[in-house]
Design a protein around this ligand. Structure first.
Ligand code: 13P
Ligand code: G3H
Ligand code: ZN
Ligand code: ZN
Length: 309
């Protein structure tokens, strides 16, 4: 039991029909809920920390909480930096003991993204840490997709092959139509699976990563809204599409929004049903259970990762 890299997890997942869940963590209850689910499901697990999470909870706390989770459960867990924006934050995380970092150079021109990613790969690999990079831009709901827009923002398969060869990166986040947050599609959900297949066929040994992969389950949006929330028109990636993606090289599936919705729905419900409560444990306890339930559902029914540890 220890902090592990994603190397073995991805080797196992690459040519099979399951993916490893990478869940964003921001506090103790979120970590505990996720870890309990992974333990019961005997699933491989990546916990990831964004810049926002570092700012909110402070890296020292999050790292110690993840170490505590490992001690408590005996699980192997990969600790990953989500969307590192420059070399310095990646270096800091490598030095702090993270076992995996993402350098997100997707906003830069192709050659600059290569240069930046290569620098991070050189440093991280010298310390035994894995690196994820990103190529292409995740579409926002405002980017309505016609073929031209797709080619301008989605990952270009030939570029992906060149990028991986030139950077030596361990895994690659691709843009095929997903986006972050609770508002992913205006009309019918659409992912470009032909593009994904082509990328996978050109770089069959590179684990692919799907960001913005929350499903935004209607029952949780409904529950939020029923108990005083205001999240109209939220829509995510249908679960079947995630299952399909795991068959074409996607080894890591990033989930944050669905955890936020599960937690918020439960807390909203608690406050409405128990207006006299003011002990945080009374609502954070059920919120932790809601996180656990959501993660268990993902692992078992969507990622097909139960008993894959
Ligand atoms: O990609 C993510 C974190 O990097 C999270 O995506 P969601 O917003 O769809 O949960
Ligand atoms: O990539 C986005 C993740 O959901 C993290 O979100 P955050 O930057 O608000 O922590
Ligand atoms: Zn990005
Ligand atoms: Zn992301």
């Amino acid at each position: 039991m220890s902090l592990v890299t994603t190397k073995k997890m991805f080797e196992n997942a690459l040519n099979s029909d399951y993916a490893v869940g990478a869940f964003n963590v921001n506090n103790m209850e979120i970590i505990q809920g996720i870890v309990e689910a992974a333990q019961e499901e005997k699933a491989p697990l990546i916990l990831q920390v964004s810049a926002g999470a570092r700012k909110y909870a402070k890296p020292a706390y999050l790292i110690k909480l993840v170490e505590a989770a490992i001690l408590d459960t005996g699980l192997d867990i990969a600790l990953h930096l989500d969307h590192g924006e420059d070399f310095d934050i990646c270096k800091k995380c490598v030095d702090d003991g993270f076992t995996s970092v993402m350098i997100d150079g997707s906003k830069h021109p192709f050659e600059e993204n290569i240069k930046l990613t290569k620098e991070v790969v050189e440093y991280a690999h010298s310390k035994g840490v894995s690196v994820e990079a990103e190529l292409g831009k995740l579409a926002g709901i405002e980017d309505n997709i016609n073929v031209d827009a797709r080619n301008a923002t989605f990952t270009v398969p030939e570029e992906a092959a060149e990028f991986v060869a030139k950077t030596g990166v361990d895994s690659l986040a691709v843009a095929i139509g997903t986006s972050h947050g609770a508002y992913k599609f205006k009309g019918e959900p659409y992912l470009d699976f032909e593009r994904l297949k082509e990328i996978h066929s050109l770089i069959p040994d590179t684990p692919l990563v799907l960001h913005g992969a929350s499903t935004v389950l209607p029952e949780f949006v409904k529950k939020c809204n029923e108990f005083g929330g205001d999240i109209p028109g939220a829509q995510g990636v249908p679960e079947d599409m995630i299952r399909t993606a795991t068959k074409y090289g996607v080894c890591k599936v990033n989930i944050d929004t669905d955890l936020r919705l599960a937690m918020t729905a439960e807390i909203r419900k608690h406050f409405v049903e128990h207006p006299a409560d003011f002990d945080p444990r009374k609502y954070l306890g059920p919120a932790r259970d809601a996180i656990k339930g959501m993660v268990q559902h993902k692992i078992r029914n969507v990622l097909n990762a139960s008993n894959k540890r």
